[in-house]
Design a protein around this ligand. Structure first.
Ligand code: HEC
Length: 187
């Protein structure tokens, strides 16, 4: 029965299933090395992350996300204007895309032409939160939930919010019928 294996160095394991036998080979050293390494790594990781409060991979990921978000968030002032947004201002393709997003999400409160309803008129020169493109971007992205303007950044994403900022910027001076009275300060 074991004759077929006589030339192999490894002994045959003491069972047989459907006439099939198994050699009791040593595990390859690279495999054993990997096993030992991952076991030790796992134990050290467990102690480091869960017992002595080290930085977990999840936390590193969250931190790097924060950096990314901070880098792409609207700038506070004019000195550091986001170039991707600037490229879309006045760009007909971006404005057309922004109009579609506007019609689907914003028209109920700001009117189909931006003339204003619950939300303020977006076509005049008066702004509650600033009329520069990066301010408009910031208003749309972060909203003013306490005064009824939802935050759209998390819902629509940066790209669509930029398109919206391009569209809203293009509304200035369009003077639609039924325009709501100005709110805020002139710009
Ligand atoms: C649920 C109603 C509602 C919806 C939907 C809404 N808004 Fe508003 N929005 C408001 C209100 C109310 C304000 C005024 C907030 C305040 O008084 O601070 C506002 C303010 C703004 C402003 C600032 C205007 C200013 O004078 O500074 C902009 C820009 C704006 N919204 C754009 C949008 C865009 C773009 C969308 C669609 C993605 C949108 N809004 C959807 C209610 C809404």
């Amino acid at each position: 029965m074991s004759q077929n294996y006589q030339n192999d160095e490894a002994p045959i394991r003491p069972y047989e299933v459907d006439g099939i036998q198994e050699l009791d080979n040593n595990l390859p050293s690279w495999w054993v090395g990997l096993f030992v390494f991952t076991t030790i790594f796992g134990a050290l990781y467990l102690v480091y992350v869960h017992l002595i409060g080290g930085t977990s991979i999840q936390k590193e990921y969250d931190d790097s996300l924060k950096v990314t978000y901070a880098a792409s968030a609207p700038s506070g002032g004019d000195s550091n204007e986001p170039t991707e947004l600037n490229a879309m201002i006045g760009n007909p393709t971006s404005i057309a895309a922004g109009k579609d997003v506007y019609t689907a999400n914003c028209a109920p409160c700001h009117g189909p032409s931006g003339e204003g309803k619950i939300g303020p008129n977006l076509t005049d020169n008066y702004w509650l939160h600033g009329g520069k493109p990066d301010k408009i971007y910031g208003t749309i992205f972060n909203g003013f939930p306490e005064s009824g303007m939802p935050a759209w950044g998390g819902i629509l994403g940066e790209r669509k919010v930029r398109q919206l900022a391009a569209f809203v910027t293009s509304l200035k001076g369009t003077n639609p019928p039924g325009a709501k009275a100005p709110q805020g300060a002139p710009e």
